[in-house]
Design a binder for this molecule. Structure first.
Ligand SMILES: N[C@@H](CCC(=O)N[C@@H](CS)C(=O)NCC(=O)O)C(=O)O
Length: 285
């Protein structure tokens, strides 16, 4: 069934346009917002897509206004697609205390199974199925796609790749929450979205999934790049980059890991390294 898109805004930017859309999401059963930057290097040219998944508290606008990605995407001929980080709306369940790390702005890119979240929080299906179908139906894109993100979204990007063998050409992450079953942000989110039975959490944890990957899984050869600020105040308690580097090392999975001295968790960090990540993805798209 085709989806009706409502254009919220359209701004000329470099050779192309930065546009925001809303639409009714079948999987999340509410209106969702996303942004697309499409270079117009040659009118009508079909271009590959990089999906960007943002972190806690964000919507589509944090990345589009702070990362400075469009200038490089324009040069490289890459379409950027930036979804929101959760369902939204007055009828969508939120954290009971309105906390920033669960509920609105914090969908964690999982498919919730628990009441009342299961009704609207199907963010994994949204970013890996519904949104790509909408993008392919409505924009001049090829079927080549890669995925990247920050923090909750950095982990989300890795999970999307792990759970969809062959779907992406490359994956990268800035300061991902690598091992959510072992950190407070992840434990809170997974308890709320997936329930108290921790056995159901492992298929949503990148380190746990890498541990049990079958030999020959396409993830083993998927280009993977991670950049982590070493002055990030969430480093030890929430992000645990060594959990991911160790999981990859144990399974012989190549990982281009860069610790960036002096950088924190902010979009100043992302703005500094986004060009490296976009050039990395372009090689495979
Ligand atoms: N609000 C939280 C931190 C939330 C946070 O740092 N969010 C990151 C993603 S995990 C972000 O990108 N924030 C929005 C921004 O910097 O524009 C706190 O004060 O501890």
């Amino acid at each position: 069934m085709s989806t009706t898109l409502h254009r919220i805004s359209s701004q000329r930017m470099f050779s192309g346009n930065h546009q925001r859309f809303s639409h009714y999401s079948q999987v999340n059963q509410c209106d969702m917002t996303f942004a697309v930057y499409h270079p117009e290097l040659a009118t009508g040219q079909h271009l590959p897509v990089l999906y960007w998944l943002s972190g806690l508290t964000c919507n589509d606008e944090n990345f589009s206004t702070k990362a400075g990605a469009q200038r490089i995407a324009d040069e490289l001929g890459l379409v950027l697609v930036m979804p929101d980080t959760s369902p939204r709306g007055d009828d969508v369940a939120d954290d009971p205390d309105g906390a920033y790390d669960f509920g609105l702005g914090a969908g964690f890119y999982v498919n919730a199974t628990q009441t009342p979240y299961a009704k609207n929080y199907q963010m994994f299906d949204y970013v890996t199925k519904e949104l790509p179908a909408i993008i392919e139906d409505n924009f001049n894109v090829t079927d080549k796609k890669s995925i990247s993100g920050h923090s909750m979204g950095g982990h989300g990007a890795i999970i999307c790749a792990l759970k969809n063998p062959g779907m992406y050409q490359s994956v990268s992450a800035f300061a991902p929450i690598t091992n959510p079953t072992q950190c407070p942000w992840g434990q809170k989110a997974f308890t709320g979205y997936l329930g108290a039975d921790t056995d159901t959490w492992f298929e949503w944890d990148s380190c746990e999934m890498i541990k049990v990957l079958e030999a020959g899984d396409p993830f083993f050869t998927l280009p993977l790049k991670v950049t982590q600020g070493l002055a990030d105040n969430f480093l030890e308690q929430q992000l645990k980059p060594e959990a991911l580097t160790e999981a990859c090392q144990r399974r012989g999975k190549e990982l281009d890991y860069q610790g960036a001295a002096g950088f924190d968790h902010s979009y100043f960090f992302i703005a500094t390294f986004i060009e490296e990540h976009l050039r990395f993805h372009r090689k495979y798209l």
